[in-house]
Design a protein around this ligand. Structure first.
Ligand code: F6R
Length: 243
C-alpha cells in the first residue's frame, strides 16, 4: 500500500483530481467509484475546479456509488443518491443517467446487490475508487466482521453508525434508517485503483491498523493490503500512529 502524507485535505484532493483528470484524458468513458461522507469533499471540489479550468469533457464519465440507506426515499435530501447528486454530479456536470447508486428499495433489496455487482461488471469494472474510512476501520458500510470476500448486499447499521449519522436526521436516531445496501469488500477490491482518504487524529488508529496491522475482517479497510494498487492519502494527524 502506497502511503502519501499531505498537509491538508486540499492537497490530498488535488492528487486525486490530477489522477482522475489524467484518466478521463486517456479514457473518456472511464468508471469512477464514488463515496459520500466528509473525507472526499475536497477531492470532488478540486476535481470540479480542474474540469472547469482545463475544460475536460466529462460527458461520457460513468460512476458507481459505494452505498445507500435501505428504505429511504431516494429523493430524501439525506439519501446517498441525493448526496452524490449534490456533491459530485452537479458540481462536475456529469450525466446523471451514467451515475449509479445502489437501490435501497426494500421490496427489491434481496436481488439489488447482485444486480449492482453485475452492472459494475458490465461496465468492465471501476477504474478509480475513492474511499473514506470509519474510526472502526469500516469502508462503505462494511463494519468490522464483514467478510473480506463479500459482494454488494443488505447490512444492518451498527448502533454507533446510526448515532454518528443522526446529525443528518434532525439529531433524531429514530429517523436514521436501520439498514443499508453496500458494495462488499470483495466488490471494492475489484476496482483497478483504490484511493483512500483520511484526515484528523480520530482516524489515526484505523489507518495504522489498515496499513500496518494484520489483514482481518476486524478492520475491513485492512483488505487494501490485498490490493495491487491501493493509495492511502492522509494528513499528519491521521498518519500519527504509523511506525
Ligand atoms: C461513504 C462511506 C463511509 C465513509 C466513512 C467515513 O459512502 O461509505 O464508509 O467513507 O464513514 O466518513 P467521513 O468521510 O465522513 O469521515
Amino acid at each position: 500500500t502506497e502511503v502519501i502524507i499531505v498537509k491538508n485535505q486540499d492537497d490530498a484532493g488535488s492528487i486525486y483530481a490530477q489522477r482522475v483528470a489524467q484518466l478521463i484524458g486517456s479514457k473518456p468513458d472511464c468508471v469512477l467509484g464514488l463515496a459520500t461522507g466528509s473525507s472526499p469533499l475536497a477531492a470532488y471540489r478540486q476535481l470540479a475546479a480542474l474540469v472547469a479550468s482545463d475544460s475536460i469533457d466529462v460527458s461520457k464519465v460513468r460512476g458507481f456509488a459505494l452505498d445507500e440507506y435501505a428504505g429511504l426515499d431516494p429523493n430524501h435530501p439525506q439519501s446517498y443518491k441525493s448526496t452524490i447528486n449534490r456533491t459530485v454530479v452537479e458540481p462536475l456536470g456529469l450525466d446523471p443517467e451514467k451515475i449509479h447508486v445502489p437501490n435501497g428499495n426494500l421490496s427489491t433489496i434481496a436481488e439489488a446487490g447482485h444486480a449492482y455487482d453485475k452492472a459494475i461488471e458490465e461496465a468492465r469494472g471501476v477504474d478509480i475508487q475513492i474511499l473514506g474510512i470509519g474510526t472502526d476501520g469500516h469502508i462503505g458500510f462494511n463494519e468490522p466482521g464483514s467478510s473480506l470476500a463479500s459482494g454488494t448486499r443488505i447490512k444492518t447499521l451498527t448502533e454507533q453508525t446510526r448515532i454518528d449519522n443522526a446529525r443528518f436526521f434532525d439529531d433524531d436516531i429514530n429517523q436514521v434508517p436501520t439498514h443499508c445496501i453496500t458494495q462488499g469488500i470483495g466488490t471494492i477490491l475489484k476496482a483497478r485503483h483504490l484511493i483512500l482518504l483520511a484526515f484528523g487524529s480520530g482516524k489515526a488508529e484505523a489507518i495504522a491498523e489498515t496499513v500496518e496491522g494484520g489483514i482481518s475482517s476486524f478492520c475491513p479497510a485492512s483488505a487494501l493490503q490485498l490490493h495491487p494498487h491501493a493509495t492511502v492519502i492522509v494528513d499528519e494527524a491521521a498518519a500519527s500512529r504509523l511506525r
